[in-house]
Design a protein around this ligand. Structure first.
Ligand code: HEM
Length: 222
């Protein structure tokens, strides 16, 4: 018998696969983008590929939350009324649409409040997850399993790293702007290479946190 919970677990695992696989693709494409030995056009082609691949982790991050909370409600690990779950799902659909619009805008949203709205949504979710995780670890409620509370805190760490990555990407964009105007110079390559190094460190850590979250979900050790 196939029940709703099994389907949610399946979706949860598919999201993890696309997240890890997408991040690997982004990492490898970024190495090509930062390679000064490649012609500019080729680097730009890898950049376009990178942006498309990056939609997988971006989408997975948003969808993990309603799927995860829905599963937690199903197996009695969190006390959430049905309406709260409905609110989580509805706001996630809106957040996902916002994420897609902002991510695919390629910087064409100048003057629009949408990028800021996306940023503030992340701060809001981050604050809520940290509060929920710490409160539950300290009092045993509203999340009744410590492994799940820790999962939420790791997820908060993932959101923080995602926000930090934006700083590296902003420098990367500046480097590319100069590369397209001035061509490959030691300075432009230093900006791109430096941003790449910082981003690679943050991305690897983020990848580790996604893996750790998968491990906790499978083993449920405490
Ligand atoms: C990076 C993020 C995450 C990853 C990679 C991840 C991965 C996983 C994996 C692989 C499982 C085991 C599935 C199975 O039973 O075979 C799992 C279980 C679970 N996860 Fe996550 N998870 C993430 C985030 C979340 C979040 C944010 C929540 C809650 C809001 C959540 C709630 C759960 C629950 C409740 C289970 C247990 C399902 C069950 O035992 O039937 N997860 N997770």
């Amino acid at each position: 018998m196939i029940d709703t919970h099994s389907i949610l677990v399946f979706i949860h695992i598919v999201l993890m696969s696309y997240w890890l696989g997408g991040d690997l693709g982004v990492f490898l494409a970024a190495n090509r983008v930062a390679d000064p030995a490649l012609p500019f056009d080729e680097r730009m082609r890898f950049m376009k590929l990178l942006m498309i691949l990056d939609m997988a982790p971006r989408t997975a991050l948003v969808l993990m939350l309603p799927v995860g909370f829905h599963m937690a409600v199903n197996i009695g690990l969190v006390a959430l009324p049905g309406w709260a779950l409905a609110v989580i799902w509805a706001s996630t659909v809106a957040w996902l649409a916002l994420t897609w619009v902002v991510s695919l805008s390629e910087g064409k949203l100048e003057g629009s409040p949408l990028p800021k709205l996306d940023l503030w949504t992340r701060y809001l979710v981050l604050g809520a997850l940290i509060a929920l995780g710490i409160l539950s670890l300290a009092t045993g409620s509203p999340i009744f399993a410590n492994w799940l509370a820790v999962k939420l805190l790791l997820f908060a760490g993932i959101i923080i790293l995602g926000l930090l990555l934006r700083g590296a990407v902003a420098k990367w964009v500046v480097g590319f702007g100069r590369l397209s105007e001035e061509g490959s110079t030691p300075e432009t390559e230093a900006i791109i290479g430096g941003a790449r190094k910082t981003a690679a460190r943050q991305a690897l850590l983020l990848w580790g946190l996604v893996l750790a979250n998968g491990f906790l979900g499978v083993t449920q050790p405490f």
